[in-house]
Design a protein around this ligand. Structure first.
Ligand SMILES: CC(C)(COP(=O)(O)OP(=O)(O)OC[C@H]1O[C@@H](n2cnc3c(N)ncnc32)[C@H](O)[C@@H]1OP(=O)(O)O)[C@@H](O)C(=O)NCCC(=O)NCCS
Length: 157
């Protein structure tokens, strides 16, 4: 990892919508739509959304839902020009801290089977492959790997 300075992690608002949509389109073959992000930012019950800023530029974001004892990570992306600088790491650690503060004991997510970069990132952070969802994704159709992280000190530890 480089010695780049840490980012400022901030709650996301609709003021970030243009930057989020632009980044999403550059990161995914099947991007979430503007309306999906709008809903998450305005009416999403339990939504936990954070952006990573460097000099006021949005270079990464994370969307999750905190429900009871689980945090489900729905979206995480980092600007291709700022990868391998610990940005996703900062966002994930922030989510894990929030989940703990919310009484959570696990974090779950789905990831494309072919997305080896993301799978390595999550595995390095203690996530385990626990299930496969057949043909879960579109554009292109692909299976999802369900990954699980159990917070240290949680009930199953
Ligand atoms: C996956 C992603 C979020 C990682 O973001 P990032 O900011 O580059 O990740 P970090 O710098 O915090 O990585 C921390 C560690 O994770 C691992 N890691 C991250 N990216 C990796 C890669 N491409 N290959 C192998 N290991 C990787 C490394 O161990 C890394 O530490 P190191 O750089 O010291 O070796 C980013 O590549 C991305 O946005 N990809 C496209 C969108 C996506 O796939 N999102 C996840 C959907 S489930």
């Amino acid at each position: 990892m480089s010695t780049s300075p840490p980012c400022r992690i901030v709650p996301l608002t609709t003021a970030h919508l243009d930057a989020i949509v632009d980044l999403e389109r550059r990161c995914f073959s099947d991007p979430w739509t503007r309306n999906m992000f709008w809903m998450e930012l305005t009416v999403g019950g339990g939504t936990y959304s954070r952006g990573a800023l460097r000099e006021d530029r949005l270079i990464g974001y994370l969307f999750a839902v905190l429900v009871e004892d689980e945090a489900h990570l729905g979206n995480l992306a980092v600007d291709p020009g700022y990868r391998r600088q610990g940005v996703a790491q900062q966002l994930l650690e922030d989510l894990i801290a929030a989940a703990r503060g919310h009484g959570g004991c696990r974090v779950t997510l789905e990831v494309r089977e072919s997305n080896l970069e993301a799978r390595k990132f999550y595995a390095r952070n203690g996530f385990l492959d626990v299930a496969i969802r057949k043909s879960y994704y579109r554009s292109p159709v692909e299976d999802a790997i369900v990954m699980l992280f159990t917070l240290p000190g949680g009930p199953s530890e």
